[in-house]
Design a protein around this ligand. Structure first.
Ligand SMILES: [Cu+2]
Length: 502
């Protein structure tokens, strides 16, 4: 089952040693057993106390095994059935839940009519496991299998997805949860909420046709063409989903009064930024892109494509409440329901927009890295920058073409770095759209004016000459993709390779 795990346990800073699984966890394991072949990664591994502070890769000796069949399937959405592609017959794909330091081994059986790969979004894995076709690996051909295997280097709320063409805009994505060796966070329950924009198989639509429509509509200059499907270079989707469920058939999140609930929020949507809020409940942000931040209380947060946030919610107001993800600059709503077990009230209507969607909104300036005095990995204290890449983002005028510093991938020069350098990237957005820029293989630190910006791997660059600057430590040699996580922008050129000089 996706996105639902009754954690039923409280972790504290002192709780570092091996512990016995509760009965509920055993039940949970039984459920996971159908998905994980021989997996038992939730059991205490008997590892020694972790180093405080910096997450570091290290073998626990435990190997967590999964098998993903990538294949066409019929996806049932509120009584309608859509032909799409997914993993193991479901959308989203199976939850991968491992522990930091475990070895993750995933056999991918490609039963699609096209080549495919999987990218482990958020994890700085070795270059040849990163899943970018033609860059880090040869794509997996139809009928062939491929085994991804790596030591899980970092904890957090992450995702996996296909990195071939527009396959992300089908059902080829799923949650990747890495339990930390220790965590200074206590909560009673957790839910994973996966936000998506959906068009595949609806009224004859598919991602390739949607891209054609964008190109024919003249990119960002035209609005409202294509029967309302395109507006201002954006795709208006017929459906917005939470964990594969439409607003008419929402997922329920049961809670009891007095509980503290952790929500793991992730946006694998291809073309939609969501604004998230829970009616009647403020949210305390604890992690951005899987890494801890100083807690900050907000009413709502913006989640760009590829971004993840962890938030805590105090369940202290019984009722049935809308858990809303509103597509930004598009009509429609995705939702789930926060349902207190004490009451049997009726549900809010599918299109109910909680007032706190318009309340206090998280900004990057609010975020400060927590508990990481050094960079994740082996970065140590920041001593740079040794090299600065200043890049513009542009496109969308006239032809549907998107550029980094005037160049269209794959006809674009690599951005060179040298191992051991501190690298700064400064972005200036000359276009009219926001771009969630994603760096593979590294965490970066956002320069947000606080001196302690959050560590992330994906960040939204604001339009109309908006700027963004980030630092990363070149500590993972290889050829790494740096790109817009709008799948249609990536496919239309907004990508570069960060290349280590040898
Ligand atoms: Cu973009």
């Amino acid at each position: 089952m996706i996105g639902e795990r009754d954690a039923n346990r409280v972790r504290t800073a002192g709780d570092r040693g091996p512990r016995r699984p509760t009965r509920r966890e055993f039940l949970g394991l039984a459920g996971l057993g159908a998905l994980a072949v021989g997996g038992c990664g939730l059991l205490p591994g008997g590892e020694s106390d972790p180093l405080p502070g910096i997450p570091r890769p290290g073998k626990t000796g435990h190997v967590e095994k999964y098998t993903f069949g990538a294949a066409p399937l019929d996806f049932d959405v509120a009584g309608q059935s859509f032909s799409t592609w997914g993993y193991n017959g479901d959308v989203p794909g199976p939850e991968v839940r491992v522990r930091e330091g475990d070895t993750l081994r995933v056999r991918v059986e490609n039963r699609l009519p096209e080549e495919t790969t999987i990218h482990w979004h958020g994890l700085p894995v070795p270059d040849d496991m990163d899943g970018v076709p033609g860059l880090s690996q040869a794509p997996i051909r139809p009928g062939e299998d491929f085994v991804y295997e790596f030591v899980v280097p970092m904890s957090g709320t992450h995702m996996y997805h296909s990195h071939v063409g527009l396959q992300l805009d089908r059902g080829l994505y799923g949650p990747l949860i890495v339990e930390p060796k220790s965590e200074d966070l206590s909560y009673d329950r957790e839910y994973t909420l996966i936000l998506d924009d959906w068009l595949d198989g609806v009224s004859g639509r598919d991602p390739e046709r949607a891209l054609e429509d964008l190109r024919n509509a003249g990119g960002g200059m035209m609005a409202g063409g294509m029967g309302g499907m395109m507006g201002g270079g954006r795709i208006e989707y017929p459906l917005y989903l939470v964990n594969g469920r439409p607003p008419e058939d929402p997922k329920s999140l049961p809670v009891r009064r007095g509980e503290r609930v952790r929500l793991r929020l992730m946006n694998p949507a291809a073309e939609t930024i969501f604004r998230f809020a829970v009616d009647g409940h403020p949210l305390t942000v604890t992690h951005s892109d899987g890494l801890p931040v100083e807690p900050v209380e907000v009413d709502a947060l913006t989640i760009g494509m590829g971004e993840r946030y962890d938030v805590l919610l105090e369940a202290n107001d019984p009722g049935v409440w809308q858990v809303a993800a509103a597509p930004e600059e598009k009509p429609g709503l995705a939702r789930a329901l926060l349902r207190y077990e004490e009451v049997g009230q009726s549900s809010p209507p599918p299109d109910h927009r909680p007032p706190n969607l318009a309340g206090r909104l998280l900004t990057y300036a609010d975020l400060r890295a927590k508990g990481l005095d050094s960079f994740p990995g082996d970065g140590g204290p920041f001593t740079g920058p040794d090299r600065v890449h200043r890049l513009t983002l542009s496109g969308g005028m006239g032809a549907y073409e998107w550029r980094i510093d005037g160049q269209v991938y794959p006809g674009a020069e690599p951005l060179e770095v040298r191992e051991g350098e501190w690298v700064r990237i400064e972005l200036q957005n000359q276009s009219m759209m926001r771009h969630p820029m994603h760096l593979h293989g590294h965490s970066f630190q956002l320069l947000n004016g606080t001196g302690r910006g959050p560590f992330k791997d994906t960040a939204l660059v604001q339009p109309h000459m908006g700027g963004l600057a980030l630092d990363f430590h070149a500590d993972n040699p290889g050829e790494w993709f740096f790109h817009c996580h709008n799948a249609y922008h990536m496919e239309s050129g907004m990508a570069r390779v960060i290349s280590y000089e040898t």
